[in-house]
Structure formats: C-alpha cells, structure tokens
Design a protein. Structure first.
Length: 580
C-alpha cells in the first residue's frame, strides 16, 4: 500500500498546478497558504489498488521528511517579480464546447502514478477544464534542498516551446474528457512536460500531424478489411462475368440463327443458274440441289424457312433459270410459280403405256412419240435382261418434264430414259436375284402392280400374291394384261377379249407376260423388288372401300369375296363398285 499524502503535499501539488496555469495565462503566481490555513486532514476512503501497469515505473526521488505540525512553519520569502517571458505562439486548438454538468465520481485514493491528484479541499464540482497531467513524482520539490522544510511556492517555470510531435503515446491512466456531443477533447499542454498526443485511432484528440497518421492507420485498416473480402468478391465477380459471357454467346447465337433464317439483307441474287426439279422431289432434295448450284447458302435454313412459312407443298417441278446468291424467299417464290412460259410442260402419269403417252404428247411436241419409243441408240434394254427386239416399254420413266418450246418427241424420250437410269440404280435387287428374276422381270411385275394397286400400302401385298401364284404355277389372272393386249383401258372387257389368244392373256397362260404393260413408278418398282411375305393367292376389290382389295388364301374365300363384289356391281347397274 502507498502512503497517503499529507495536506502540505497536496497544497504543494495544487500550488504547482496553479503556478503552471498562471504562467500559461500570463498572470502572477499565487501565494502559498500558511500551515494554519490548511484544512484538517480527513482520512480518504481506501480504494482497491489498481492493477500494475505494464510500463516501468519512474524512479522516485527520496521521500521528503514529514513536517512536524508542532514546529512553526517559517513564512516564505516573497517571490521576486519575474521578467516577462516571450510568449510562444501556441498551435491552434479546437475551441472547447460548452459541456453539460457532470456529477462528480466518488473520490478514491489516487496512486502515485496517477496523472494528477484530486484536490480534497474543494467542496465544489471538479474543474472540467483541468487538463490531465503526467503523474507527478511524490517527492518532487521545486524549492532548493536547503528550504525543503518550508512549503513555499516554487518559481514559475519558463514556458518551453513544444517539440515536433513524435510517435504519439497515450497518457497513463488519464481519462480523456468528452465534449457536448460526445467528442473527445485534447488535453492542454503544460509547461513542465510537452503534451502527450493521443493514440492514432482517436483523430479528434490529435493535432494535424496525428490526425494524418490516424487517417493513414484507418485507411490501412480499411485496406486490410478489403483484402479479407477480396476472395469472395472475386468469386462473385468471376461468376457474374461467366454468366455475362454465356448470355452474350446465347444472344449472339440466337441473333445469328435468326439472321441466317430470315436473311433481312439478302437480295435476289445475280447471274444465271439452270435448275431442274423433278416430279416428286422432296423439299430436302430441292434445298440440297439449290445449295450445290450456289442458288442458296444453306439447305438447312431453306427447308426451315419453307416449313415456318408453310410452303413445303408449293414447289413445282420443272426447269428453272435461277440466280446465284438468292434469298430463301426469292428462291421459294421462283420455284412456286412454276416454269417460265417459254417451256413446254408434259406430265406423264405412272403406269401409262407407250401408246397412251403418244396420245398425250400428240400436238405438243413435233415427231412421232410411239415410233421414237421402239428403240434408242443411246439406251440398250438388253442390259436389264430384256430379249432382243424388245421395245422401250417399261423404261420410259413417268414424271413431269419441262422442254423448251420447239423440242421434238425425241428430246422427251431421252429425258425419260435418263431419269429411269438414275432412279432404277437405287433399287435393291438382292431379293429378286434370290428368286432368279432379272431386272426386266421386276419391271414386268411392277407394271402390273401399278395397274392393280389403288392404295399405296397394298403394293407389296399384291406383289406377294403374284410371286406366290408364279411359285405354284397358277395363272396370274390379271385383267390389266388383257386390257394392254386389246388396248381397252376403260371399257368393260368382253368374253371374247377375256379369251383372246395372246401371250399377255394371263388368264389362260402361266408365268409372266413377255414384257411390261406400262412404265411403272418408283414405288411399284420397290414393291416388286421387295414384296411382302404372305400366303395370299387371291384378291378382289372391296365394294365401296375406295379401291381397297380383299385378300384370301383359298378359293372358297375368294369366291365369297367375288359374290360380294358382283352383288354390289349389280346394285350399281353394272358399274364398278370401287368408289367410296
């Protein structure tokens, strides 16, 4: 425990503070009180000892000998009048704000290391303007050693210019005072020691230099805090950047697709490109043909544009003169209008014989079509298994042809033979070869299928009936062959015609007729090359079923179906009941 200071010591401390304040304010120093005027000592309440401070304690001077109260205290000599001291221009300070009254805290015994001692002799509120001072030494005596017994007032200390602020150190145990709005006030500098600068993190208590240091320290703290947040921000930034890149790619892809599909700046093209569109070509085939010839840039976008516009069925077969680099819409408009008027268009249906086509071409093309189809110098029918002397019947491919005006019948025959070569080359004849059938036999069967089948799905079934009867040696009994021999395509067959002595009479002769009875289409050729696998031997038209047939395995089933057909025909007055 530290000893309690006496009244004389407290008086000396007070006198020291007043002297410093008077020197700072330019007033004469105060006089010391006589021992009799000192108030009696009162025991101060003991307070718990403060925790030891980490800083080393200053070495205290030898404690002064206590003054006996019995001995009279000599009256101190008057202090000579001091010369005026040149005032040092203080640094600008912040004007103190008016503070509200603060209730004094209970006084406790202040340790020696306190910034200043509490004056117990005053009954009023503590001086709010008092500046916390560094802890005075208990044994500090401003008087000479010879006058240590007399408590005289020390001479005023000469003001010392404040040195440049160095690294600020906070005063020990000094509680900074707060202003009106809670801001901390800087302690006033004393003459004995330079003012202790507050820590850098208290910018309102520091001078201009310390405030700069505090601002720099706060900036460093914010930078450190920013570094801890940088990884997360970088992750967020990378994620947002990747999302923006994906969105940009999607927008660019959609824009490119729409630009390629609609071609807003594409014109009508330039130059001249001859294009031929055959009958029955699909939109995909037309698109690829136009792309190969440079008419359009993309077959895929052309087909997609035709699908979106609903124009897949608008394209017409024929010979066209288009341009290179045309837009999709321009190309579709050109082939939707049909061939130009200076071209002769001739449409030849599937299954028609030479004689029928000659009647169709007559008057449209100069020349004898029937005579021109007997043979051809550029096309050898024997390569397909036809006998010597066979005509071009069956090899004249049915389609819609566009010929320049003035073309002869020979040009049409050449076009038909050329188209037959290209289409027949895609037919698979493996199954026919296993049956020991030639390509010419396949054409003969296909020509009969074209005449008998009115429903597309029945073509392979009718082909199976023909092959089943050929295998069992049963006459085919196909009346279409008799119509070909008698040139009766539409009128009912008579009994004499049904009994005609002709190799084409399949009612009286077994096997295939000697040659095709017409030029079949590609669907009938495929059915003849790859028939269905059935055991049917007979078929007859179903009354009122739009050309469908009733197939049967036995003769009894067949006779039942024939009776049903004859009854329906009789009800119609002898007309065929095929209409639905």
């Amino acid at each position: 425990m530290k000893r309690e200071r006496t009244a004389e010591e407290r008086e000396r401390a007070r006198l020291e503070r007043e002297t410093k304040r008077a020197a700072r304010e330019g007033r004469p120093p105060p006089t010391a009180l006589s021992p009799t005027e000192l108030p009696p000592e009162e025991p101060a309440p003991r307070a718990p000892a403060p925790e030891p401070v980490a800083e080393p304690e200053p070495v205290a001077a030898p404690a002064p000998e206590p003054i006996s109260e019995a001995e009279p205290v000599p009256v101190p000599e008057p202090i000579p009048e001091l010369e005026p001291v040149r005032e040092v221009e203080p640094k600008p300070e912040i004007e103190p704000e008016i503070e509200p009254e603060i209730e004094p805290e209970p006084e406790t015994e202040a340790p020696v290391e306190e910034a200043h001692a509490v004056d117990h002799d005053q009954d009023t509120e503590p001086d709010l303007d008092a500046v916390p001072e560094p802890p005075p030494d208990d044994d500090f005596d401003p008087l000479p050693h010879g006058d240590r017994e007399a408590p005289v007032a020390p001479p005023p200390a000469t003001p010392i210019p404040l040195p440049a602020p160095s690294t600020p150190q906070p005063a020990r145990d000094a509680k900074p005072r707060r202003g009106r709005f809670g801001r901390r006030r800087a302690p006033e500098a004393t003459a004995a020691r330079p003012p202790q600068a507050p820590p850098p993190y208290r910018p309102s208590l520091a001078t201009t230099e310390t405030r700069s240091a505090a601002a720099q320290e706060a900036l460093d703290r914010r930078r450190e805090a920013g570094k801890t947040r940088d990884p997360g921000r970088r992750r967020i930034g990378v994620g947002a950047g990747a999302l923006l890149v994906v969105l940009a790619v999607l927008v660019a892809g959609v824009g490119w697709f729409a630009f390629s599909l609609f071609q807003p700046f594409k014109g009508d093209g330039s130059g001249s490109v001859p294009v031929k569109i055959a009958q029955g070509e699909s939109v995909g085939d037309i698109a690829h043909s136009l792309e190969r010839r440079g008419v359009i840039s993309s077959a895929f976008f052309f087909e997609a544009r035709a699908t979106i516009a609903g124009r897949r069925d608008d394209f017409k077969a024929g010979n066209f003169t288009l341009k290179k680099g045309m837009s999709h819409i321009a190309a579709m408009d050109a082939i939707s209008k049909g061939p130009p008027p200076d071209v002769t268009q001739i449409a030849i249906p599937e299954g028609r014989a030479r004689r029928q086509v000659a009647a169709l071409v007559k008057g449209k093309l100069p020349g004898d079509y029937f005579d021109q189809t007997r043979s051809s110098k550029t096309f050898d029918v024997r390569r397909y298994g036809a006998p010597r002397g066979a005509t071009l019947e069956g090899f004249l491919f049915p389609a819609t042809y566009e010929l320049k005006k003035g073309s002869r019948a020979t040009s049409l025959v050449d076009e038909q033979l050329g188209l037959f070569k290209r289409n027949f080359a895609r037919i698979d004849l493996k199954a026919s070869k296993r049956r020991k059938l030639t390509a010419y036999d396949v054409l003969i069967v296909a020509s009969m299928i074209d005449q008998e089948a009115q429903v597309a799905k029945e073509r392979p079934v009718i082909a199976s009936v023909i092959y089943n009867r050929l295998r069992q040696g049963i006459p085919l009994g196909i009346d279409a062959t008799i119509r070909y021999a008698t040139n009766n395509r539409t009128r009912p067959l008579t009994q004499s015609q049904l009994a005609i002595n002709s190799p084409y009479n399949t009612r009286t002769r077994r096997g295939l007729p000697p040659g095709p009875i017409g030029s079949p289409g590609i669907a009938s050729i495929r059915a003849a090359a790859a028939p269905a696998s059935t055991k049917f031997l007979f078929y007859v038209v179903k009354p009122g079923k739009c050309g469908q047939h009733a197939f049967s395995r036995t003769d009894a089933e067949f006779q039942r179906d024939v009776a049903r057909y004859n009854n329906a025909r009789a009800k119609r007055g002898g007309k065929s009941p095929t209409r639905c």
